[in-house]
Design a protein. Structure first.
Length: 90
């Protein structure tokens, strides 16, 4: 992965809840899927743990067609359908 845009190697993506949004969480809604998150402090701590992280290369994290640019359904399908979103020129 040395030729990826940005930095080489893997990056962490907040897969369930982006860190920038944790102060806006509807705790009742979040508890439907994560019942152990009982208060705002627990949500903030959980946001920076493995259950909320996904490892991605820079291209699939921040690149064109990556998780921060593609529609969620397309990004998920791209795992199984090559070049659904791209290919993109570097």
């Amino acid at each position: 992965m040395l030729n990826q845009p940005g930095t080489a190697g893997l990056e962490l993506h907040h897969k369930v809840l982006e860190f920038s949004l944790i102060n806006e969480v509807d705790l009742t809604a979040l508890q439907l899927d994560f019942p152990d998150l009982m208060d705002e402090a627990a949500v903030q701590a959980w946001a920076e743990t493995a259950p909320n992280f996904m490892f991605l290369c820079a291209k699939h994290h921040r690149g064109a067609g990556g998780i921060h640019h593609a529609a969620a359904a397309d990004f998920e399908a791209e795992l199984y359908i090559r070049d659904l979103i791209g290919p993109f020129k570097s």
